[in-house]
Design a binder for this molecule. Structure first.
Ligand code: P6P
Length: 336
């Protein structure tokens, strides 16, 4: 289609934007693009073939792995491995990080962290789900196997991050340090087109996104914020709306476009929160900061947290800056 920029053209045009641009990051992004197309095909026909339902196997999170989870993990791992630019991968679906053994991969400059299919509990009910990825330069010497330290870097050291949302349309949204750009997939010709250039989240918003079914388990500060959103305010006619899809990528994507806040706080049921720092919160925090928003654990910026474990969890407050700051006010005053 004339006049439309494809993802491939965009990556080539922006090659010089990538820090240490020598082609590997571009190749890595094209591997992610390929895997996203394959997973998209299976997600879109999941209802038609026997790929729905559970494997009966639990992952390290104690969650029963859905068949599409396992499929997506295998597709992304293989697409990334064969490109050889990555020395290792950490995945939600893998108990330990994978350090590739072949000589070419051991020369890889990058490591990748991935949630291959986030929100997978929504697969069987046809609600949008997503893939979330995060890319770092390795800290271990070239030519050696990836080490745990390569994966336990603060989020601020990411060189790229993004997500694929498999929804009413499939989109790939990513940043490499120079803003956030969204690409919409045209399955008829297998191309991602630049549809959302330089995405910015509104500084304020009217949507709060939190699982209010856990209200009784929330800290007082979070309860107070929810009531603040719900109370009528004659002066400002405070116009908040509650929207919760139960799929981080879908809730995040809506807020990125329309403005809003997503909160997954600590609770009696999840004392450290539910979401994983390395392959859910850090990539989303990197993106939201590139789009003019903010992400914290209720107090501290997510990107400054020093990780200690591959699958560690953290509370997450992410979205429009003014909404996150308002939530902080209640958390600070009442606990959170
Ligand atoms: P709850 C999906 O399992 C996920 O990791 C996120 O995608 C989603 O936002 C959250 O958990 C939903 O968790 O406890 O509200 O069902």
């Amino acid at each position: 289609m004339s006049g439309y920029t494809t993802l491939g053209e965009f990556v080539i045009d922006r090659q010089t934007d990538f820090q240490y641009a020598t082609g590997e990051l571009s190749r890595l992004l094209s591997a992610i693009r390929l895997a996203a197309k394959i997973v998209n095909r299976e997600v879109n026909k999941a209802g038609l073939v026997d790929i729905l339902g559970e494997t009966g196997v639990e992952n390290i999170q104690g969650e029963t792995q859905q068949k599409l989870d396992v499929f997506a993990d295998e597709i992304f791992l293989e697409a990334i491995r064969v490109r050889g630019d990555v020395c290792g991968i950490g995945s939600e679906e893998q108990d330990e990080y994978i350090a590739f053994e072949n000589e070419r991969s051991k020369q890889g400059k990058y490591i990748l962290l991935i949630d291959p299919l986030d929100g997978s509990s929504n697969i069987d009910v046809n609600v949008s789900i997503g893939t979330i990825f995060s890319i770092y330069r390795r800290v271990s010497p070239y030519g050696t196997k990836a080490t745990k330290e390569d994966f336990l870097q603060e989020g601020r050291k990411q060189v790229a991050a993004g997500y694929v949302i498999y929804g009413s349309s499939t989109m790939l949204v990513f940043a490499t340090g120079n803003g956030v750009n969204g690409f919409t997939y045209d399955p008829s010709i297998g191309v991602f087109y630049l549809s959302h250039p330089d995405m910015k989240i509104p500084e304020d918003g009217q949507v709060y996104s939190i699982n209010e079914g856990n209200y009784v388990h929330f800290p007082d500060g979070v309860k107070k914020y929810i009531k603040y959103c719900q109370d009528e305010d004659e002066a400002t006619n405070r116009p908040y709306t509650s929207r919760y899809i139960g799929s981080l990528v879908a809730d995040f994507h809506r807020n990125l476009i329309k403005g809003g806040i997503y909160i997954y706080p600590t609770s009696k049921k999840a004392p450290n929160g539910k979401l994983r720092l390395l392959y859910e919160c850090n990539p989303m925090a990197y993106l939201i900061e590139q789009a003019g928003g903010i992400a914290t654990d209720g107090k501290n910026n997510i990107l400054d947290i020093k990780p200690t474990d591959l699958h560690q969890r953290t509370p997450l407050f992410i979205g429009s800056k003014k909404m996150v700051e308002k939530a902080h006010h209640f958390v600070k005053e009442f606990g959170g």
